[in-house]
Design a protein around this ligand. Structure first.
Ligand SMILES: CC(=O)SCCNC(=O)CCNC(=O)[C@H](O)C(C)(C)COP(=O)(O)OP(=O)(O)OC[C@H]1O[C@@H](n2cnc3c(N)ncnc32)[C@H](O)[C@@H]1OP(=O)(O)O
Ligand SMILES: CC(C)C(=O)C(=O)O
Ligand SMILES: [Mg+2]
Length: 534
C-alpha cells in the first residue's frame, strides 16, 4: 500500500508516475437489476428522472430495463432511449428472438444503444433451470448474439452465473459469443459467491485463454450476497475488465449489486495505487443517491459508505479534536467531493470540549477556561439524556451558564410530579442549600408547574409573583429540550430566570431557582449579565 507523505496527500492522491491511467466504463443497472430489488419498482416518470440524473452524472451506459418483461418496462426503455442524451441506452433480453426484437423496438430511437443478451452457463443453471446441454447453450448464445447484431453493432453478452461455470466451458462460450458479434463480454458473479482472488484469477484466465478476447471489452457484474461486490469488481478490473456494472446505493437482486458510489470513490481516492479513472462527476453522487432512495423507497443506512448520513459525520471527541486541527486525520475524502455540503461534527455524549467550544463559537459564544468547563459539564448531563445535541441546545446551555449566578445558592437535587385530569397536582421537590437538603411536598395549584412554584417558595421562603412565564422547545424532535423563561416580582422589583431540561417541569424549577439566586444576589432585570447575541 502506498503511504501518504503528508496530511494533504491522503485525500489528494495522484496516479503512480509513469503508469498510464486506465479509463473504466461505468455501466449503471439501477433501472434494471436495481429495480429487481423487492419493493423498488419505479413508474415511468420516476425512471425518466433517474435516467436523466445518471446521464448528467456521466454514466457511460444506462441499462434502462428489460423490455419484454412488461408493457411498462418497454415504454420506460423507449422513452429513456428517446429523451436521455449523453449515455448509451441498453436493454436486457433473454437469448430468444422475441426478447431481442422487443428490446430493439424500444431502443432503436436512441442515438447510442446496446442490446444486452444473457444466457446462463453454469452446470446448476444448465441442468435445473434451462435444462439444456452445453452444445445447446453454445448454439443458443451464438444465435442470440447474431440476432442482436442484426439490429445494432453494440451487443453485450452475459454468461449468467459465469463465476460458477467450468473454466473450459466458459472459455468456449465467450469465444463463440465474440465470434458471433458480441462487443462486450460481461462475466457476472450472479449469486455473489466468488472471492476477490477467484474473480481476479477468472478474468486473468479468460484474458490468457480466449484467443479473440481482445475484440471485446470485458465487464464485471457482482452481487453482494457475501458483502464482496465492490472488492470483487475491483479485482475483476485488476484482471482485465474495462467495464463495471453497478447500481446507485448498491440496490439490486437480493443483497444487491456493487454500489456505484463506492466503486467511483475507490477509484478516485486510490488513484495512487489503482491508476484508474471514470467519467463520473463525483459531486453528483449524494444527490443521485437521494433521488434513487426517494424514488424506490429504499432507505440508505446511516453508515453506508460515501452517501450515508454518517459517512462524513464525527461524534467522538478525539476524532472531532483531530478534525478541527487537521481534516485529513479522520477523513480520506472531502464531503464536497461526493456532494455533501460539509463535514458534520455531531455533538453527542462522545464529544469533547474542543468540538463544543468550536460549535459555541460558530453560534456566537466564545467559551474558554472555567466557563467552557461548566457548559461542558451540563452538556454531558444533557447528552446522556438525548441522542443528539442541536444548536438550540447549545445556545440554551450557554445562556443558562452566562445568566446564572457566580455561585449558585440553591440547587435542585430531586423532584417528583404526579398529575392527572381528576386530581390536584402533587409535587415533591428536594433542594440543596449550604450543604443541607430541604424537601417539600405540596398538593395544590392549577397544574404541576404551579405546584412547583409553591413548593420552591415554601422551601426558600421567598415569595414570588409570576409576571411572565414561557416554555419553548429549544430544539427539534420529541426529545427536544425545553427552555423555561420567567419574569417574577419580589418586593416590587423584577427578576428573570432561565432553566433548560428535556423535562419542562425540571426546566421550570431551574428557572425559578435561577430567579431566586438573582434575588439573593440583588440582580434585577435591568442589571442582567450581558448575554451575547447568537
Ligand atoms: C440474473 C438476472 O437478473 S436475469 C433477469 C431477471 N429479471 C427478471 O426475470 C425480471 C423480468 N422477468 C419477467 O417479467 C418474466 O420472468 C418474463 C416476462 C421475462 C418471462 O416470464 P415467463 O414467460 O412467464 O417465464 P418465467 O419467468 O416463469 O420463466 C422464465 C423462462 O425463461 C427461461 N430463461 C431463463 N433465462 C433465459 C435466457 N437467458 N434465455 C432464454 N430463456 C431463458 C427459463 O428457462 C424459463 O423458461 P420455461 O418457462 O420454458 O421453463
Ligand atoms: C443479467 C445478468 C447480467 C445479471 O443480472 C446477473 O447475472 O446477475
Ligand atoms: Mg444481476
Amino acid at each position: 500500500m502506498s503511504e501518504p507523505t503528508s496530511a494533504a496527500d491522503s485525500s489528494a492522491t495522484e496516479p503512480t508516475p509513469g503508469v498510464a491511467t486506465r479509463h473504466i466504463r461505468i455501466f449503471d443497472t439501477t433501472l434494471r437489476d436495481g429495480e429487481q430489488s423487492p419493493g423498488a419498482s419505479m413508474n415511468l416518470a420516476e425512471k425518466l428522472e433517474v435516467a436523466a440524473a445518471l446521464a448528467d452524472m456521466g454514466v457511460d451506459v444506462i441499462e434502462a430495463g428489460f423490455p419484454i418483461a412488461s408493457p411498462g418496462d418497454f415504454e420506460a426503455v423507449r422513452q429513456i432511449a428517446a429523451t436521455v442524451r449523453g449515455s448509451t441506452i441498453c436493454g436486457l433480453a433473454r437469448c430468444n428472438e422475441k426478447d431481442i426484437d422487443r428490446a430493439w423496438e424500444a431502443l432503436k430511437v436512441a442515438p447510442s444503444s446496446r442490446i444486452h443478451v444473457f444466457l446462463a452457463t453454469s452446470a446448476i443453471h444448465r441442468q435445473f433451470k434451462l435444462r439444456m446441454s452445453t452444445d445447446e447453450i453454445v448454439e443458443r448464445a451464438i444465435a442470440g448474439v447474431k440476432r442482436a447484431a442484426t439490429h445494432c453493432d453494440d451487443v453485450e453478452f452475459s454468461p449468467e452465473d459465469a463465476c460458477r461455470t467450468e473454466h473450459d466451458f466458459l472459455c468456449r462460450v465467450v469465444e463463440a459469443a465474440i465470434d458471433a458479434g458480441a462487443t462486450t463480454i460481461n462475466v457476472p458473479d450472479t449469486v455473489g459467491y466468488a472471492t476477490p482472488e477467484e474473480v481476479l484469477e477468472r478474468f486473468q484466465m479468460l484474458c490468457n485463454r480466449v484467443p479473440n478476447i481482445d475484440k471485446a471489452v470485458l465487464s464485471t457484474h457482482c452481487h453482494n450476497d457475501l458483502g464482496m461486490a465492490v472488492a470483487n469488481s475491483l479485482a475483476a478490473v485488476a484482471g482485465g475488465a474495462g467495464q463495471i456494472e453497478c447500481t446507485i446505493n448498491g440496490i439490486g437482486e437480493r443483497a444487491g449489486n456493487a454500489a456505484l458510489e463506492e466503486i467511483v470513490m475507490a477509484i478516485q481516492t486510490r488513484k495512487d495505487c489503482l491508476n484508474l479513472s471514470t467519467g463520473i462527476n463525483s459531486r453528483r453522487l449524494v444527490p443521485v443517491s437521494r433521488l434513487v432512495s426517494k424514488t424506490t423507497g429504499i432507505h440508505v443506512q446511516r453508515n453506508k459508505a460515501i452517501v450515508g448520513r454518517n459517512a462524513f459525520a464525527h461524534e467522538s471527541g478525539i476524532h472531532q479534536d483531530g478534525m478541527l486541527k487537521e481534516r485529513s486525520t479522520y477523513e480520506i475524502m472531502s464531503p464536497e467531493e461526493v456532494g455533501f455540503a460539509k463535514t458534520d461534527l455531531v455533538l453527542g455524549k462522545h464529544s469533547g470540549r474542543a468540538a463544543l467550544a468550536d460549535r459555541a463559537k460558530q453560534l456566537g459564544f466564545t467559551l474558554s477556561g472555567e466557563q467552557l468547563q461548566e457548559v461542558f459539564e451540563s452538556f454531558k448531563v444533557l447528552a446522556d439524556k438525548k441522542k443528539e445535541i442541536y444548536d438550540g441546545d447549545i445556545v440554551a446551555l450557554v445562556q443558562q451558564q452566562i445568566s446564572g449566578p457566580e455561585t449558585s445558592q440553591w440547587s435542585l437535587l430531586d423532584y417528583e410530579v404526579t398529575s392527572s385530569r381528576s386530581q390536584t397536582p402533587r409535587v415533591r421537590v428536594t433542594l440543596g442549600h449550604a450543604g443541607q437538603e430541604f424537601t417539600e411536598q405540596v398538593e395544590q395549584g392549577d397544574g404541576p408547574i404551579d405546584a412547583a412554584f409553591w413548593a420552591v417558595e415554601k422551601i426558600t421562603g421567598i415569595e414570588l409573583v409570576c409576571k411572565d412565564f414561557r416554555v419553548r422547545s429549544a430544539t427539534l424532535g420529541r426529545d427536544a429540550i425545553g427552555e423555561a423563561n420567567l419574569e417574577v416580582e419580589h418586593k416590587g422589583r423584577t427578576y428573570r430566570g432561565v432553566g433548560v431540561s428535556t423535562d419542562s417541569v425540571e426546566s421550570t424549577i431551574l428557572a425559578i431557582l435561577n430567579a431566586i439566586d438573582r434575588i439573593a444576589s440583588g440582580k434585577t432585570d435591568g442589571e442582567e449579565n450581558n448575554l451575547p447575541q447568537p
